[in-house]
Design a binder for this molecule. Structure first.
Ligand code: HAM
Length: 451
């Protein structure tokens, strides 16, 4: 066999039909819970100005410093064109959209959700891809612990619907106001004066650019030093502590269990106050299925009026993996109900009409409309795992009959052509048909005559 010429790029996967069953299931849970809680769907563009991500997420974060996918400009001569990058997440784009479209004029908070691909040029490994999918919730316009609690509750419900809640552990922390963080960062820098030499090179750099990242460093030498360092907790203003206590009380009231984790800081710069992540209960921090927090300064930083916000994003590939590990079976809506086999030009024409009629009734129908023998068409029906096969040869056309074969039972019968559609409907059960109807906002069906 010749060698494969093209493969998908490193760290990027096809979402094959079998995985789509899960993806659709996850999206359905997200859409359902989002709508129940008043969220509206938004699709920010897949690429934006690179500066938006630098300013929003932070230029010294791993995501921006190392993982942005730059998008080439059309031509160097086009000076009006900007530097673009593929979105590594949704929050910055959604906040840009909030400002650009004057959403501060809408009743607050504005609740938005998004689902789609994101891109990070990370070193690919299990659960870490260069193209992955997130669902994202954002609540913009109000700052109150009850808003954070409600957001976490919606996420909790989604994981419960997907039957993976018991595999996860909610980690939560309060990282204070930006002033608290500034004071803490200074204290951390002071603490490391004279100790820099003992830090691995990567963390020595981080001490200059983003010292908070030292808290969740995986380096052993750093972890030893951090144990003796001042803790963020000591710098958090009583107001933030009060905020956090209220949030925990609300979570308790909602029956949400959590672990308080004072070293949870998250890898994006825009957070203040509440931060949280859902970890795999067995492996911990690695491969969190989702994370989020409050970002009360982000919109102002992006040029808007000071507006608080809070949000969360879940990683769909990691969630899908958990569902499969937990043995959750996503429904397969792609099964073939009927396979139509035919022989001869007259039969082919009749079958075309029959296939169309069956499909319109919501019966998943595959028509073998090639020239193969009936025997090889039957083999094909088997491979498609069709429940029923309809056979129309020259003889049946002449007699105005058709053969209906039950594939599992291996039994077949000849019947009048005009009776076969109601018979199939009866066999499948009218309630199992895949109906599809477009209704307008008044609940009326669209006029099929309209273009
Ligand atoms: P994040 O923690 O960077 O947060 O990403 C959220 C989730 O996306 C992660 O927990 C993980 O499940 C998934 N994820 C991230 N990178 C990858 C990757 N390379 N491969 C596979 N999955 C990945 C955010 O993105 C924030 N925007 C969340 C947020 C929304 N904060 C406020 N609002």
């Amino acid at each position: 066999m010749s060698e494969l010429k093209y493969r998908s790029p490193k760290g990027v996967h096809d979402v094959l039909p079998a995985d789509h069953q899960y993806m659709t299931y996850i999206k359905k849970a997200v859409r359902h819970r989002a709508r129940q809680a008043g969220y509206k769907r938004i699709d920010p563009p897949i690429f934006e100005e690179r500066a938006l991500f630098e300013r929003g997420i932070g230029s010294h974060t791993d995501i921006v410093e190392k993982e942005l996918f730059n998008v080439g400009r059309k031509g160097a001569a086009d000076t009006a064109d900007k530097d673009y990058a593929l979105r590594p997440e949704f929050t910055a784009g959604i906040c840009r959209s909030y400002i650009e479209h004057g959403m501060q004029e809408l009743p607050q908070p504005v609740e938005l959700y998004a689902i789609g691909p994101c891109f990070r040029y990370d070193r690919p490994q299990k659960g870490r891809y260069r193209q992955f999918h997130q669902f994202d919730f954002e609540v913009i316009g109000l700052s109150d612990p009850s808003i954070d609690a409600q957001l976490i509750h919606v996420v909790w419900k989604v994981f419960d619907d997907l039957k993976i809640l018991r595999r996860l552990n909610l980690q939560i922390n309060n990282i204070g106001s930006s002033d608290d963080r500034k004071n803490y960062v200074q204290a951390l820098k002071d603490y490391f004066v004279g100790k820099e030499r003992n830090l691995p090179e990567k963390d020595r750099e981080r001490l200059q650019t983003n010292p908070l990242r030292l808290l969740d460093s995986k380096e052993e030498d750093t972890q030893i030093l951090i144990k003796m360092a001042p803790t963020l907790d000591q710098f958090i203003h009583p107001e933030s502590k009060k905020y956090h206590t209220a949030l925990l009380e609300y979570l308790d009231a909602l029956g949400i269990t959590y672990t308080q984790n004072t070293s949870l800081v998250r890898g994006l710069d825009y957070y203040n106050q509440t931060v949280f992540e859902f970890w795999d209960s067995s492996t911990g921090a690695q491969n969190a299925v989702g994370g989020g927090g409050r970002y009360d300064y982000l919109i102002e930083q992006l040029g808007g009026k000071a507006t608080p916000g809070v949000g969360f994003a879940g990683g769909m590939e990691r969630i899908l993996w958990h569902m499969q590990e937990a043995g959750v079976e996503a429904p397969n809506k792609d099964q073939v109900d009927v396979f139509v086999a035919q022989l001869g030009p007259e039969a082919k024409k009749k079958c075309l009409m029959l296939v169309s009629e069956l499909r319109d009734l919501g019966i998943h129908t595959v028509g073998a409309l090639g020239e193969a023998s009936l025997k090889s068409q039957m083999r094909l029906a088997d491979r498609f795992q069709a429940r029923y096969t309809l056979l129309l040869g020259q003889m049946e056309v002449k007699e105005d009959t058709i053969i209906l074969r039950d594939m599992a039972a291996g039994k077949q019968k000849q019947m009048p052509f005009s009776k076969v559609v109601p018979e199939i409907v009866k066999l499948l059960g009218a309630e199992h048909l895949d109906h599809y109807s477009l209704m307008d906002k008044f609940g009326k069906f669209s006029d099929p005559g309209e273009g």
